[in-house]
Write a protein of this length. Sequence first.
Length: 138
Amino acid sequence: MKPVLAVVAVAASAMLVYTVLYGFGGENPRESGSATVFIRLGSYREDAATTYDPPTVRVVLRVNNTVVWVNEDITVHDVTHEPCMYNEQGCIKTFKSKLLETGESFAYTFTQPGRYDYRCSPHPWMRGTVVVEAGGRS
């Protein structure tokens, strides 16, 4: 086999293995039981390039509908369902974590399909989305 074809074959095999294990760009649900969102170092800065990583996560009911947020930053953050950001009267809060210290995590299991926008209360420029899709095994 020519060296160029060998390199292409190895690269294609590696991409196939990665796709099977991790999906396309983190968007495809995996049958791991949960999805993880990292609160990246430096998220407290308004000019941070990345805060919640990934900013959008897709999960499937009864497959991987638990999302775990992990704080890797040097300051506290929370995860608050956006429609209830300021505890508006009549708002139905789907989820809200406590203030998470460095290294702490928060997990929430979604039970209804839909789009759930969230943000950090102390740092409102930090925003993310969970998209919950119907399906999965019963």
